[in-house]
Design a protein around this ligand. Structure first.
Ligand code: RB5
Length: 147
């Protein structure tokens, strides 16, 4: 199960990606927002990130205007490693090296076609499991636990 969430600026792109997930027969939970009316990205970042952090969903996809605000907010939720990115290489590497569990995209940055490509590579790439990458992720978790 994939969690999806957005603010108003990411709403259209979230619609595109949900249709794409349906076409790929990938189940998802839509955590809102549910219209293009103005709203606050931190609210939907938290709702969506909690679905991932609580284990209800394996991965999450977030959308705002740039992908930046919603990623900053999602990364405040314990256990979340959210990556804001606009290119395929980073989307692949953040799964392989960072074991990122959320991807954040900008509805005002990306074309729908590019966003679909980025989502696909993110969802289809596993964590490498290599010791050095796990060690670095553990350091991030330690850092989180010290605050
Ligand atoms: C909303 O106008 C916009 O600020 C928001 O979607 C996002 O881009 C913030 O980082």
């Amino acid at each position: 199960m994939i969690a999806v969430g957005c603010d108003h600026a990411g709403f259209e792109l979230k619609q595109v990606i949900m249709k794409h997930l349906e076409e790929r027969s990938i189940e998802f939970k839509d955590c809102g927002t549910y219209s293009a009316d103005s709203c606050d990205y931190a609210v939907y970042a938290e709702k969506t990130a909690r679905a991932v952090a609580d284990g209800e969903c394996e991965l999450g996809l977030l959308f705002c205007g740039t992908g930046v605000g919603i990623s900053i907010a999602a990364n405040k939720v314990r256990g979340i490693r959210a990556c804001c990115c606009s290119d395929l290489f980073s989307a692949e590497m953040t799964r392989m090296h960072n074991n990122a569990n959320m991807l954040c995209l900008g509805g005002r940055v990306l074309t729908p076609e590019k966003a679909i490509e980025i989502v696909d590579i993110f969802l289809d790439t596993p964590f490498s499991g290599e010791e050095r990458h796990q060690r670095r992720i553990d350091q991030i978790t330690d850092l989180e636990n010290r605050f």
